[in-house]
Design a protein around this ligand. Structure first.
Ligand code: NAD
Ligand code: DAU
Length: 330
């Protein structure tokens, strides 16, 4: 099998490529990644059977021949950070919507199986006391330009399945953590701040809840959907990992040897979603998937250790990332 993995030099894509090399040794992989600020070629270079093509999914002429040569496309490539989408939505429309359109058109033309990676944010947010969690029947209600662009890409996939018979599945996953995540994101930002002697910064009251899943669990679920999922279906991926941001910071402080309440509150994010929560019943019961990394404390400890041991991987981006946050009062 020859697999085209878009966005394979970013956080989740890198982990997916590296695991797939081990779990599917007979396969070859092409990574298509524009190597923007969040993509790092060193993440995948030199892996057996893996070729990196540096290019933009929003350019049809780049996408077309790569899809033609593939048996399967796993589509991770996207602009992925809410805060950036509030500063400038345009790259989100370009990559996430126009890019997905190109992928779909090529999959239609060459009849190639597609798995589209999406996010739970397309469903908007839940109140802290809502007894329900997101399912694939929850209405779409995106809050930010990022989540609206992902919602748009999901709608395109659904339409291409129904009207053109494209063989696609969709997954909507909750917040990932683990190695290779860009330091603009919450957990790696907090870890690298602590390494630099800076107190973690909580947006607003810090009571927003995210449903944390280890990136390697996200990726075993993606493979379960590719291998056993029904075409045209949407599967929500989550590992019952709800925790509010304040509790994440307090745990992180404790694990890194600081007083739990050694953090500060900073300006809130505009339109900040209050809570995400995934009902993973369909994924678990229909496809027999279960998460492996069920102990968040030890998963976080391993992640802290990864950032401590791989300072050369993130150091170059730290000053610029923090300067951008400082300009926003965050
Ligand atoms: P990331 O920002 O770390 O990686 C995205 C990668 O896509 C980068 O390598 C970037 O260079 C590449 N890319 C962006 N635009 C491109 C374009 N136009 N052409 C080619 N490559 C392009 O993001 P991530 O956290 O790894 O997210 C990957 C996917 O998973 C995204 O689709 C995101 O919406 C989805 N997702 C992320 C999470 C999470 O918690 N991080 C949760 C659910 C879903
Ligand atoms: O739910 C899935 C989504 O999870 C993905 O689709 C996105 O690509 C991914 O970035 C993530 O979105 P969030 O906006 O939830 O993640 P982020 O890491 O930016 O923030 C997590 C929470 O922490 C959120 O409530 C905002 C808060 N936060 C974030 C930063 C960077 C802080 O309190 N302080 C911070 O410094």
């Amino acid at each position: 099998m020859h697999i085209l993995i878009t966005g394979g030099a970013g956080f989740i894509g890198t982990n997916f490529v590296r695991t797939t090399v081990e779990t599917h040794p007979g396969s070859t992989i092409t990574v298509l990644d524009k190597i923007g600020y969040a993509g790092n070629p060193a993440n995948v270079e030199g892996l057996p059977g893996v070729t990196l093509v540096v290019g933009d999914i929003a350019e049809k002429d780049i996408v077309d021949p790569l899809v033609k040569a593939a048996d399967l496309v796993v589509h991770f490539a996207a602009e992925s950070h809410n805060d950036n989408s509030l500063l400038d939505p345009s790259p989100f429309i370009y990559s996430n919507i126009v890019g997905t359109f190109n992928i779909l058109e090529a999959c239609r033309k060459y009849k190639v199986r597609l798995h589209h990676i999406s996010t739970d944010e397309v469903y908007g947010d839940l109140a802290l006391d809502d007894p329900n969690a997101f399912t694939d029947a929850t209405p779409y209600m995106p809050s930010s330009p990022y989540s609206a662009s992902k919602a748009g890409s999901d709608m395109l996939v659904r339409a291409w399945v129904r009207s053109f018979g494209v063989e696609a599945t969709i997954s909507n996953c909750s917040n990932n953590y683990g190695p290779y995540q860009h330091i603009e994101k919450f957990i790696p930002r907090m870890i690298t701040n602590r390494i630099d002697g800076v107190r973690p910064k909580l947006y607003g009251d810090g009571l927003n809840v995210r449903d944390w899943i280890h990136v390697l669990d996200h990726n075993t679920a993606v493979w379960a959907i590719i291998e056993k999922g029904r075409i045209g279906e949407t599967y929500l991926i989550g590992a019952d990992g709800e925790m509010n941001n304040k509790n994440v910071v307090m745990l992180l402080n404790e694990l890194m040897g600081f007083a739990p309440d050694d953090y500060e509150h900073v300006a809130d994010r505009a339109g900040h979603d209050r809570r995400y929560a995934i009902d993973n019943t369909k994924l678990c019961e229909e496809l027999g998937w279960a998460p492996h990394f069920v102990d968040f404390r030890s998963g976080l400890e391993d992640t802290i250790e990864w950032y401590r041991s791989n300072e050369s991987w993130w150091r170059a981006a730290k000053a610029e990332t923090e300067a951008k946050y400082a300009a926003q009062g965050q």
